[in-house]
Ligand binder design. Structure first.
Ligand code: ADP
Ligand code: 5GP
Length: 220
């Protein structure tokens, strides 16, 4: 019996680095959370930050919260793959978990800003797939920041003021999604992930598969 008929064919591939950016409030964390909950093949890169923890956030799950001094120590010892100052706080991606995931062929999700996306594109362009999420309108962006109700009015105003400068970077991304209806936006993200996992240049196991395929002589 042909074993391919009873077990699905597994083709070894490299992990992908899925980068999602947006102006604050457009919905990237909501989309990211849904993806992590529904797709067991992707893990979150948990960033370090000097920002204050929001009431709903859990240390080590959403972020690793650090003092400025601790952050600078990590940055200066090259423990961060990328880092940036965003809305007056420092954020960075710990290097080690990413390198481990890539070596093991696991996918990773990065909820990072355009500065971080640029740095990852420069360092690991073959592995990065980037998505920029836009709000349907600026009015809706403002309402979402208020509805989230986790930041002070002052913080919301800073984020709104920064949003136009962030949106200006939309063309640097592989894919752009307008998050009007959440289900539709999430469907689009799932389609991107599905297609990107099938890219030939990511599936190095295809060489062995095709060689074995051509060596096979079907018996009647
Ligand atoms: P970001 O991570 O981009 O800052 P969030 O994911 O925290 O944004 O979303 C901001 C707020 O908008 C949250 O309250 C979230 O529930 C809400 N939200 C996200 N997407 C949609 C959508 N498509 N329609 C309505 N509200 C949304
Ligand atoms: P928030 O404070 O809303 O969680 O995040 C603010 C901004 O910082 C968002 O645009 C988010 O994507 C970005 N961000 C979060 N973690 C990182 C990181 O590790 N590196 C970079 N460059 N940006 C990050």
């Amino acid at each position: 019996m042909n074993p391919a008929k009873i077990s699905p064919v597994q083709i070894a591939r490299r992990g992908l680095m899925l980068v999602i950016s947006s102006p604050s409030g457009a919905g990237k964390s909501t989309i990211a959370r849904t993806l992590l909950a529904t797709d067991k093949h992707i893990g979150l890169s948990v960033s370090v930050t000097t920002r204050q923890r929001r009431p709903s956030e859990v240390e080590g799950v959403h972020y690793l919260f650090k003092s400025v001094r601790e952050f600078e120590r990590l940055r200066d010892s090259d423990a961060l793959l990328e880092w940036a100052e965003v809305h007056g706080n420092f954020y960075g991606t710990p290097r080690e978990p990413v390198e481990l995931a890539m070596a093991e062929g696991r996918d990773m999700l990065f909820d990072i800003d355009w500065q971080g996306a640029q740095q990852l594109q420069e360092k690991m362009s073959a592995d990065v797939v980037s998505i920029f999420v836009l709000p349907p309108t600026m009015t809706e962006l403002q309402s979402r920041l208020h509805r989230r109700a986790e930041d002070s009015e002052e913080v919301i105003q800073t984020r709104l003021a920064n949003s136009r400068a962030e949106i200006a970077h939309w063309r640097e991304y592989d894919y752009v999604i307008v998050n009007d209806d959440l289900d539709t936006a999430f469907d689009a993200v799932q389609s991107i992930v599905k297609a990107e996992r099938l890219r030939r240049d990511r599936r190095h196991g295809m060489f062995d598969f095709v060689r074995e395929l051509l060596e096979e002589t079907p018996s009647l």
